[in-house]
Ligand binder design. Structure first.
Ligand code: AMP
Length: 138
């Protein structure tokens, strides 16, 4: 399996389509998932091109994991979540739908089931507000 630069996250990284950005540096982009599985569902996307974890450069993983931790902490504080789920899928059989490496940071709330994967599109204003709240905690 090879990397396809026409994938939607590559287009977002190139600025060809919009995103609710939370944070960006030379290593990664952090943005809101537009089909969130919970309030505050955030994606950490390394800029370096790889389909997923399986073909990723270990140096990229080393650089991005501290940011995943920071985003998890910030999302928990911003949403007042009770816990955080971090998820990452590799190939279709595992649930991957966008073939550019990314980490899901999903706030979890006591007694609230996680929503379906990639199903219900969130309100743009709500996503913009959440992006601002999470960014303020980073
Ligand atoms: P995965 O299934 O792990 O590849 O996750 C891809 C994620 O990207 C899903 O949770 C989708 O809801 C999300 N997604 C798809 N298109 C967009 C988009 N344009 N902006 C933000 N998130 C997206």
């Amino acid at each position: 399996m090879t990397y396809d630069p026409a994938n939607i996250f590559a287009k977002i990284l190139r600025g060809e389509i919009p995103a609710h950005k939370v944070y960006e540096d030379e290593t990664a982009l952090v943005m809101m998932d537009i089909f969130p599985q919970s309030r505050g569902h955030t994606l950490v996307i390394p800029k370096s091109a790889s389909r997923n974890l399986l073909d990723a450069d270990p140096a990229v993983l080393s650089a991005v994991m501290p940011l995943v931790q920071r985003v998890a902490t910030a999302a928990k504080a911003a949403t007042d979540a009770d816990g955080i789920r971090v998820a990452q899928f590799n190939e279709a059989a595992a649930g991957q739908t966008v073939y550019h490496l990314h980490f899901h940071v999903i706030p979890m709330f006591e007694g609230v089931e996680m929503g379906a994967h990639g199903r219900n599109q969130a309100d743009n204003d709500e996503l913009a507000a959440l992006a601002g709240k999470i960014a303020a905690q980073l």
